[in-house]
Design a protein around this ligand. Structure first.
Ligand code: CNA
Length: 347
């Protein structure tokens, strides 16, 4: 009998695989306490397709696109003093970013965090993102700290009262500057502008959450350049396993590396997918992502049907139902409408 040359798994394993297997081993234990520190990179692409651009990239970044508005500087759009005098530039882009109107869907990485909440003891997701995609997965707001605020709520900048969401959205979609129903002050989403304090909840949770023994902290999609958020990875206990999932090595992982730090340099979605595979969660993760896509397709198809009902001429635009079916990519539009009702979508 020929004997195969002896080879261990680790012989063939790349450094990255080995790091991800170590993470998976921790996550296989349901009692593991997990914390996430995340940023714009978890929303910048979705399964390789561009999603929400970052702010600074030349040519595509948000600030680049603001050049035409003739602002003192592109950053003025998020400056509270500037906003008080002239909220128009902010509202010219708010519609595209606001979850009530934007078409952005959570990425595979967002759903991975939701799965960690289901399979482990998720202590908290600290995010710098303002896009609300963590909430969109169904993860409870209590599990999320939006360190730089978000579009989840809107407040009057004068009397500080919370605005009615429906009225706010109506005004925004009519391209009006939303006004407070009590004092007529300007209403602003609760994203943190330059010149404003971070939410108190950020400091409260930071004190309490990081005071306990966390098993693994996963830092993902952030350049760790914006303070005080950037210092979070340095605040976790020395016994905590620190993992960086990012396109590049950043922050404390670069400047003050600890023994045992794991570096997963690469795309957030791909790495989340691999870890999920090692944990045996791959099918469930795929199901979450697919369900969301089906909902999106169903929404598109139903919108088309509604359009067609409203205006017969639109049949020409879609060259009849056949074209609409093709666009919807999920079979008959009527079936999709039915599916949508079954799913009881709120939106
Ligand atoms: P950043 O400074 O733009 O850094 C992003 C990091 O993610 C960089 O190191 C990239 O290399 C890395 N990266 C980008 N795409 C991927 C990917 N697919 N996989 C792995 N790594 C990737 O963003 P930060 O969050 O660190 O900066 C903080 C700012 C950006 C906060 O104030 C945010 O509010 C703000 N921001 C938020 C959004 C959003 O809400 N989606 C979008 C753009 C900017």
């Amino acid at each position: 009998m020929d004997l195969e040359p002896e080879s261990t798994c680790s012989d063939n394993m790349t450094e990255l695989e080995s790091a991800l297997k170590t993470v998976a081993k921790v996550l296989e234990n349901p009692d593991s306490k997990v914390v996430f520190f995340v940023g714009a990179g978890i929303s910048s692409t979705s399964d390789g397709e561009p999603l929400i651009p970052d702010f600074r990239s030349p040519g595509t970044g948000l600030y680049y696109n603001l050049a035409k508005l003739n602002l003192p500087s592109p950053e003025s759009v998020f400056d509270i003093d500037f906003f008080e005098d002239n909220p128009k530039p902010f509202y010219s882009l708010c519609k595209d970013l606001h979850p009530a109107h934007s078409k952005f869907a959570p990425t595979r990485f967002h759903y991975f965090m939701k799965m960690v909440n289901e399979k482990n003891d998720l202590v908290r997701v600290f995010t710098q993102n303002i896009d609300c995609l963590e909430r969109e997965t169904g993860l409870a707001a209590d599990k999320i700290v939006e360190a730089h605020g978000s579009f989840a709520e809107e407040f009057c900048i004068k009397c500080k009262k919370r605005a009615d969401k429906e009225k706010f959205v109506e005004q925004m979609l009519r391209d009006e500057i939303p006004k407070c129903e009590y004092c007529k002050g300007t209403v602003k989403p609760s994203i943190v502008f330059f010149g404003e304090q971070l939410p108190e909840r950020f400091y409260e949770r930071l004190d309490v959450d990081l005071d306990q023994l966390i098993d693994v902290c996963i830092v993902a999609g952030t350049s760790l350049k914006v303070h005080p958020f950037a210092s979070l990875p340095s605040e976790v206990d020395n016994k905590c396993l620190r993992v960086l999932i990012n396109n590049e090595k950043v922050g404390d992982f670069q400047e003050n590396p600890r023994d045992g730090d794991l570096l997963a340099i690469g795309d957030c979605d791909e790495i989340a997918d691999t870890i999920a595979g090692f944990c045996g969660w791959k099918q469930e993760l795929d199901a979450y992502v697919d369900l969301h896509k089906t909902k999106q397709h169903a929404k598109t198809a139903v919108e088309m049907v509604e359009d067609m009902k409203k205006n017969k001429n639109l049949e020409d635009k879609y060259k009849g139902k056949e074209e609409a079916k093709k666009d919807s990519d999920v079979g008959k539009v009527e079936d999709v409408a039915e599916l949508l009702l079954k799913l009881k979508l709120e939106k």
